[in-house]
Write a protein that binds this ligand. Structure first.
Ligand code: GLU
Length: 447
């Protein structure tokens, strides 16, 4: 059977076997539609049904998470963990707490995570989990009770050699603390390596908090360097104002970029003089407020509820909010306005139509599984420190992150050229990530 037809058939099976999971279908399609040339060059992958096996998670867990709110009422949330692939190492990937979470979101994220983690070159498999619990507006005590109930079920499926969750949207150092506390209590073990994204005060790694945002900017730096350019003096827009966006803005500013806009799910802040990052950090990290409040402090900044961030002219755009936040029309606007580099700090933020626009325009486009791999790579560095009961300096850890991001860029760049599409980081990232997983799957047999 010709390889294109084989891939089409596999995709059809995925859609049929996973009905109603649109994001998962999208993530699978974006990867496997680029793999025909790989199957042509290495027929053993088709012979051993490697793609078919990769598309089927090794294990999927769905569980009830009951908890008491502050009024004493019982609430019932739903918990998920999809352990997708463990040929390269223990399952690794974050937990997302957001009302939009359902099995299709967790599976798209888990599928992406397999290839992202493989790209880092570290010994980590792919997984994702989370809950439809909405932390917004919940008290600390409610978040703690929820986390304890969630971990009471999940703990039996985890372990430093089995499955190592971390944060994602709605899960930061506070939640990781409550989850770790409950894991420790349930197991009677101080097993530092079972979760990453811990506070550096009790077993976490320096630079983990900054890693996804910093790594995304390092990836941009490398893409621009390959074209003889740099970040210095460039106008930038960053969507979101959470952990990834904040540290992407910080690194852009350190490298001379002028960041003029950021956002949250309610609206957009445009500040031509440059975003005041200390204020964003205070509003979002300390006070857990909305980005709208920024404009109360800076009268020369504008806030537009429901505004369109991608209409703001820029040289560099970093989608750092959530999936499918940048569609075809937005991609067109960015390109028309002269944007020359896009790197995804979020997972799958660009719709397939948007990706097509970027690729046809020839601008530098770094897909999430390459550009945002710095977060999980630094989680793997946290696991290394935990395994050796050591704690590295900020400088050393940041240097390791920087080297990993340069390596990912180089590998993707070379693979794209080798397979006849120079500059196509989508193709490069999919091929490098897939081959590393596929070769391990062949070596480990039909499991
Ligand atoms: N949630 C992050 C990601 O999308 C980090 C996962 C981790 O550190 O395990 O890669």
């Amino acid at each position: 059977m010709p390889n294109a037809a084989r891939i089409e058939r596999i995709y059809g099976q995925v859609v049929r076997r996973n009905p109603g999971e649109a994001e998962f279908h999208q993530a699978v399609k974006e990867v496997i539609e680029t793999l025909a040339p790989v199957l042509a060059k290495y027929p053993e992958y088709a012979e051993h049904k490697v793609i078919e096996r990769i598309c089927e998670p090794e294990r999927q867990l769905i569980f009830r998470v009951p908890w008491h709110d502050d009024r004493g009422e019982v609430q019932i949330s739903r918990g998920f963990r999809v352990q997708f692939n463990s040929v390269l190492g223990p399952y690794k990937g974050g937990l997302r707490f957001h009302p939009s979470v359902y099995l299709g979101i967790v599976k798209f994220l888990g599928f992406e995570q397999i290839f992202k983690n493989a790209l880092t070159g570290m010994p980590i498999g792919g997984a994702k989990g989370g809950s439809d619990f909405d932390p917004k507006g919940r008290s600390d005590a409610e978040v703690m009770r929820f986390c304890q109930s969630f971990m009471t079920e999940l703990h039996r499926h985890l372990g430093e050699f089995t499955d190592v969750p971390a944060g994602d949207i709605g899960v930061g150092a506070r939640e990781i603390g409550y989850l770790f506390g409950q894991y420790k209590r349930m197991t009677n073990r101080y097993e530092s390596g079972v979760l990453t994204g811990k506070s550096p005060q009790w077993g976490g790694s320096l630079v983990r908090r900054e890693a996804t945002g910093y790594g995304t900017v390092y990836f941009v730096e490398e893409m621009l360097r390959a074209r003889g350019e740099s970040i210095d003096g460039k106008t930038c827009v960053v969507s979101g104002s959470g952990n990834v966006a904040i540290y992407a803005i910080e690194k852009l500013q350190q490298l001379g970029g002028r960041v003029v806009a950021c956002s949250d799910s309610n609206g957009v802040i445009h500040h031509a003089r440059g975003i005041d990052l200390a204020l964003v950090k205070r509003l979002k990290e300390v006070e857990r407020r909305r980005i709208a409040d920024y404009a109360d402090v800076h009268r020369d900044a504008s806030y537009v509820a429901g505004g369109r961030l991608w209409d703001i002219p820029c040289d560099i755009a970093l989608p750092c909010a959530t999936q499918n936040e940048l569609d075809e029309a937005a991609a067109r606007r960015l390109v028309e306005n002269g944007c020359t580099a896009i790197a995804e700090g979020a997972n799958m933020p660009t719709t397939p139509g948007g990706v097509r626009v970027f690729q046809q325009s020839g601008i530098a486009y770094g897909p999430g599984k390459a550009a945002n791999a710095g977060g999980v790579a630094t989680s793997a560095l946290e696991m290394q420190q935990n395994a050796s009961r050591d704690a590295w300096s900020f400088g050393h850890t940041e240097q390791r992150l920087h080297d990993i991001m340069s390596g990912i860029h180089r590998n993707c760049h070379e693979a794209a050229a080798e397979f006849g599409s120079p500059g196509n980081y989508v193709l490069g990232a999919n091929i490098v990530g897939f081959r590393r997983v596929a070769d391990a799957m062949l070596a480990l047999g039909v499991i």
